[in-house]
Design a protein around this ligand. Structure first.
Ligand SMILES: [Mg+2]
Length: 252
Protein backbone atom coordinates (compact mmCIF):
# COMPACT_ATOMS: atom_id res chain seq x y z
CA UNK A 1 0.00 0.00 0.00
CA UNK A 2 1.49 3.21 -1.03
CA UNK A 3 1.83 5.94 1.47
CA UNK A 4 -0.47 8.79 1.03
CA UNK A 5 0.80 11.85 2.67
CA UNK A 6 -1.67 14.39 3.62
CA UNK A 7 0.06 17.55 4.40
CA UNK A 8 -1.89 20.26 5.92
CA UNK A 9 -0.62 23.69 6.26
CA UNK A 10 -2.02 25.51 9.15
CA UNK A 11 -0.85 28.77 7.89
CA UNK A 12 -0.41 32.08 9.44
CA UNK A 13 -3.11 34.14 7.87
CA UNK A 14 -2.57 37.76 7.21
CA UNK A 15 -5.78 39.65 7.32
CA UNK A 16 -5.75 42.73 5.24
CA UNK A 17 -8.31 45.17 6.43
CA UNK A 18 -10.23 46.22 3.37
CA UNK A 19 -12.51 49.18 3.53
CA UNK A 20 -15.64 49.64 1.43
CA UNK A 21 -14.83 52.08 -1.36
CA UNK A 22 -16.68 55.39 -1.73
CA UNK A 23 -19.17 54.93 -4.58
CA UNK A 24 -20.55 57.50 -7.00
CA UNK A 25 -23.55 56.51 -9.11
CA UNK A 26 -24.93 58.03 -12.26
CA UNK A 27 -28.75 58.43 -12.17
CA UNK A 28 -30.38 58.34 -15.64
CA UNK A 29 -30.27 54.95 -17.38
CA UNK A 30 -28.20 53.55 -14.48
CA UNK A 31 -30.66 53.56 -11.57
CA UNK A 32 -33.61 55.63 -12.81
CA UNK A 33 -35.15 53.80 -15.75
CA UNK A 34 -35.19 56.71 -18.17
CA UNK A 35 -36.65 54.75 -21.08
CA UNK A 36 -39.63 53.28 -19.18
CA UNK A 37 -40.26 56.56 -17.42
CA UNK A 38 -40.16 58.51 -20.66
CA UNK A 39 -42.64 56.09 -22.25
CA UNK A 40 -44.98 56.33 -19.27
CA UNK A 41 -44.91 60.12 -19.56
CA UNK A 42 -45.63 59.90 -23.30
CA UNK A 43 -48.60 57.59 -22.68
CA UNK A 44 -49.96 60.06 -20.15
CA UNK A 45 -49.47 62.91 -22.64
CA UNK A 46 -51.26 60.89 -25.33
CA UNK A 47 -54.32 60.63 -23.05
CA UNK A 48 -54.11 64.18 -21.72
CA UNK A 49 -54.01 65.83 -25.13
CA UNK A 50 -56.34 63.27 -26.72
CA UNK A 51 -54.03 62.29 -29.55
CA UNK A 52 -56.34 59.44 -30.55
CA UNK A 53 -58.92 62.07 -31.50
CA UNK A 54 -56.35 63.56 -33.87
CA UNK A 55 -56.13 60.18 -35.57
CA UNK A 56 -53.06 58.62 -33.94
CA UNK A 57 -54.13 55.04 -33.45
CA UNK A 58 -52.13 53.97 -30.40
CA UNK A 59 -49.75 55.23 -27.74
CA UNK A 60 -47.20 52.69 -29.01
CA UNK A 61 -47.23 54.21 -32.49
CA UNK A 62 -46.87 57.63 -30.88
CA UNK A 63 -43.96 56.58 -28.66
CA UNK A 64 -42.13 55.12 -31.63
CA UNK A 65 -42.56 58.34 -33.63
CA UNK A 66 -41.52 60.49 -30.70
CA UNK A 67 -38.38 58.48 -29.98
CA UNK A 68 -37.22 58.75 -33.59
CA UNK A 69 -37.98 62.48 -33.72
CA UNK A 70 -36.33 63.04 -30.35
CA UNK A 71 -33.16 61.27 -31.42
CA UNK A 72 -32.96 63.38 -34.56
CA UNK A 73 -33.49 66.60 -32.59
CA UNK A 74 -30.74 65.71 -30.11
CA UNK A 75 -28.37 65.03 -32.95
CA UNK A 76 -29.21 68.47 -34.36
CA UNK A 77 -28.62 69.89 -30.88
CA UNK A 78 -25.21 68.22 -30.59
CA UNK A 79 -24.23 69.66 -33.95
CA UNK A 80 -25.25 73.12 -32.79
CA UNK A 81 -28.12 73.33 -35.28
CA UNK A 82 -30.93 73.42 -32.70
CA UNK A 83 -31.16 74.99 -29.27
CA UNK A 84 -32.72 73.30 -26.26
CA UNK A 85 -35.70 75.61 -26.14
CA UNK A 86 -36.64 74.72 -29.71
CA UNK A 87 -35.97 71.02 -29.16
CA UNK A 88 -38.57 70.68 -26.39
CA UNK A 89 -41.55 71.29 -28.68
CA UNK A 90 -39.96 70.51 -32.03
CA UNK A 91 -39.58 66.80 -31.26
CA UNK A 92 -43.34 66.60 -30.70
CA UNK A 93 -44.12 68.57 -33.86
CA UNK A 94 -41.92 66.22 -35.87
CA UNK A 95 -43.45 63.17 -34.17
CA UNK A 96 -46.89 64.35 -35.35
CA UNK A 97 -45.54 64.70 -38.85
CA UNK A 98 -44.15 61.16 -38.64
CA UNK A 99 -47.50 59.65 -37.78
CA UNK A 100 -49.17 61.56 -40.61
CA UNK A 101 -50.98 64.16 -38.55
CA UNK A 102 -50.85 67.82 -39.52
CA UNK A 103 -48.46 69.25 -36.97
CA UNK A 104 -49.93 71.92 -34.80
CA UNK A 105 -47.49 74.22 -32.97
CA UNK A 106 -49.87 74.70 -30.07
CA UNK A 107 -50.42 70.96 -29.57
CA UNK A 108 -46.67 70.36 -29.85
CA UNK A 109 -46.09 73.06 -27.26
CA UNK A 110 -48.65 71.52 -24.93
CA UNK A 111 -47.14 68.05 -25.34
CA UNK A 112 -43.66 69.44 -24.74
CA UNK A 113 -44.72 71.09 -21.50
CA UNK A 114 -46.66 68.06 -20.34
CA UNK A 115 -43.64 65.82 -20.94
CA UNK A 116 -41.21 68.07 -19.05
CA UNK A 117 -43.64 68.34 -16.14
CA UNK A 118 -44.56 64.66 -16.02
CA UNK A 119 -41.48 62.59 -16.74
CA UNK A 120 -39.43 63.43 -13.60
CA UNK A 121 -42.35 62.19 -11.48
CA UNK A 122 -42.18 58.70 -12.96
CA UNK A 123 -40.70 56.14 -10.63
CA UNK A 124 -39.52 53.12 -12.61
CA UNK A 125 -36.06 51.98 -11.60
CA UNK A 126 -33.60 49.67 -13.30
CA UNK A 127 -34.04 46.09 -12.12
CA UNK A 128 -32.30 45.33 -8.85
CA UNK A 129 -31.80 48.96 -7.83
CA UNK A 130 -33.25 48.74 -4.31
CA UNK A 131 -31.81 45.33 -3.56
CA UNK A 132 -28.31 46.27 -4.68
CA UNK A 133 -28.20 49.68 -3.01
CA UNK A 134 -29.50 48.13 0.19
CA UNK A 135 -26.75 45.51 0.10
CA UNK A 136 -24.03 48.06 -0.63
CA UNK A 137 -25.26 50.21 2.22
CA UNK A 138 -25.14 47.16 4.53
CA UNK A 139 -21.56 46.56 3.48
CA UNK A 140 -20.70 50.03 4.68
CA UNK A 141 -20.26 51.95 1.44
CA UNK A 142 -20.69 55.71 1.43
CA UNK A 143 -22.63 56.56 -1.71
CA UNK A 144 -23.42 59.68 -3.71
CA UNK A 145 -25.21 60.47 -6.94
CA UNK A 146 -23.37 62.37 -9.65
CA UNK A 147 -25.65 63.28 -12.52
CA UNK A 148 -25.73 65.63 -15.48
CA UNK A 149 -28.98 67.54 -15.23
CA UNK A 150 -30.94 70.26 -13.56
CA UNK A 151 -31.40 70.38 -9.79
CA UNK A 152 -35.18 70.71 -9.87
CA UNK A 153 -35.61 67.78 -12.30
CA UNK A 154 -33.10 65.38 -10.76
CA UNK A 155 -34.22 65.99 -7.16
CA UNK A 156 -37.81 65.16 -8.09
CA UNK A 157 -36.65 61.87 -9.64
CA UNK A 158 -34.53 60.93 -6.62
CA UNK A 159 -37.23 61.71 -4.07
CA UNK A 160 -40.19 60.26 -5.93
CA UNK A 161 -38.47 57.00 -6.78
CA UNK A 162 -37.33 56.43 -3.19
CA UNK A 163 -33.59 56.65 -3.88
CA UNK A 164 -32.79 59.36 -1.38
CA UNK A 165 -32.21 57.19 1.73
CA UNK A 166 -29.26 55.39 0.12
CA UNK A 167 -27.22 58.47 -0.69
CA UNK A 168 -25.29 61.00 1.34
CA UNK A 169 -25.73 63.58 -1.37
CA UNK A 170 -26.78 64.36 -4.92
CA UNK A 171 -24.45 66.34 -7.16
CA UNK A 172 -25.91 67.69 -10.39
CA UNK A 173 -24.01 69.37 -13.19
CA UNK A 174 -26.38 72.25 -12.54
CA UNK A 175 -25.10 72.80 -8.98
CA UNK A 176 -21.48 71.87 -9.81
CA UNK A 177 -21.38 74.28 -12.72
CA UNK A 178 -19.77 71.67 -14.95
CA UNK A 179 -20.83 68.44 -16.64
CA UNK A 180 -19.33 64.96 -16.67
CA UNK A 181 -16.98 63.96 -18.31
CA UNK A 182 -15.18 67.19 -17.39
CA UNK A 183 -12.63 66.40 -14.66
CA UNK A 184 -13.92 69.29 -12.55
CA UNK A 185 -17.27 67.53 -12.19
CA UNK A 186 -15.55 64.67 -10.37
CA UNK A 187 -13.15 66.85 -8.43
CA UNK A 188 -15.83 69.23 -7.20
CA UNK A 189 -18.20 66.46 -6.15
CA UNK A 190 -15.41 64.63 -4.28
CA UNK A 191 -14.52 67.84 -2.53
CA UNK A 192 -18.14 68.48 -1.53
CA UNK A 193 -18.48 64.87 -0.38
CA UNK A 194 -15.31 65.18 1.68
CA UNK A 195 -13.66 62.31 -0.20
CA UNK A 196 -10.02 62.40 -1.28
CA UNK A 197 -9.47 61.92 -5.01
CA UNK A 198 -7.12 59.02 -4.24
CA UNK A 199 -9.48 57.27 -1.81
CA UNK A 200 -10.15 54.43 -4.23
CA UNK A 201 -13.38 55.93 -5.50
CA UNK A 202 -15.57 53.91 -7.87
CA UNK A 203 -17.93 55.56 -10.37
CA UNK A 204 -20.78 53.46 -11.78
CA UNK A 205 -22.66 54.60 -14.88
CA UNK A 206 -24.05 53.70 -18.29
CA UNK A 207 -22.28 56.38 -20.30
CA UNK A 208 -18.90 55.36 -21.60
CA UNK A 209 -17.76 58.91 -22.09
CA UNK A 210 -19.38 60.74 -19.20
CA UNK A 211 -19.13 58.13 -16.48
CA UNK A 212 -16.36 55.66 -17.29
CA UNK A 213 -13.80 57.69 -19.21
CA UNK A 214 -14.50 60.82 -17.22
CA UNK A 215 -13.96 59.04 -13.90
CA UNK A 216 -10.93 57.08 -15.03
CA UNK A 217 -9.29 60.26 -16.32
CA UNK A 218 -9.21 61.57 -12.76
CA UNK A 219 -7.87 58.31 -11.34
CA UNK A 220 -11.14 56.77 -10.16
CA UNK A 221 -12.19 53.25 -11.08
CA UNK A 222 -14.99 53.15 -13.63
CA UNK A 223 -17.72 50.51 -13.74
CA UNK A 224 -19.53 50.51 -17.06
CA UNK A 225 -23.18 49.56 -16.60
CA UNK A 226 -23.78 48.18 -20.04
CA UNK A 227 -26.86 45.91 -20.18
CA UNK A 228 -26.87 45.19 -23.90
CA UNK A 229 -24.06 46.89 -25.79
CA UNK A 230 -20.75 45.45 -26.85
CA UNK A 231 -18.27 45.22 -23.98
CA UNK A 232 -15.64 47.90 -24.40
CA UNK A 233 -12.12 47.31 -23.22
CA UNK A 234 -10.67 49.93 -20.92
CA UNK A 235 -13.23 50.12 -18.16
CA UNK A 236 -12.07 48.87 -14.77
CA UNK A 237 -15.12 46.59 -14.80
CA UNK A 238 -18.24 46.10 -16.93
CA UNK A 239 -21.54 44.82 -15.55
CA UNK A 240 -24.64 43.70 -17.42
CA UNK A 241 -26.95 43.91 -14.44
CA UNK A 242 -26.85 45.93 -11.24
CA UNK A 243 -26.68 42.69 -9.20
CA UNK A 244 -23.27 41.97 -10.71
CA UNK A 245 -21.97 44.95 -8.75
CA UNK A 246 -22.17 42.82 -5.63
CA UNK A 247 -19.49 40.47 -7.01
CA UNK A 248 -16.95 43.20 -7.71
CA UNK A 249 -14.04 43.95 -5.40
CA UNK A 250 -15.43 47.30 -4.30
CA UNK A 251 -12.90 47.85 -1.56
CA UNK A 252 -9.82 49.90 -0.92
MG1 LIG B 1 -26.73 57.85 -17.52
Amino acid sequence: MGGLAIVSFVGHQTRIALKPAPLFFDLDHTLWDFESNSRNALRAGFEEVGLNRLGIESPERWIEAYEAANEWCWSEFRHGRMDKETLRAERFRLAMERVGVTPSPSVAEKLGQHYIATSPHQTALIEGTHEVLEALLDRGHDMWLLTNGFDEVQYIKVENSGLQPYFLGVFTSDSLGVKKPHSEAFQRSAQRAGVAMDAGVVMIGDSWESDVEGAQNVGWRGVHFNPSGEVRPGAWRTVRTLRELLDLPLEV
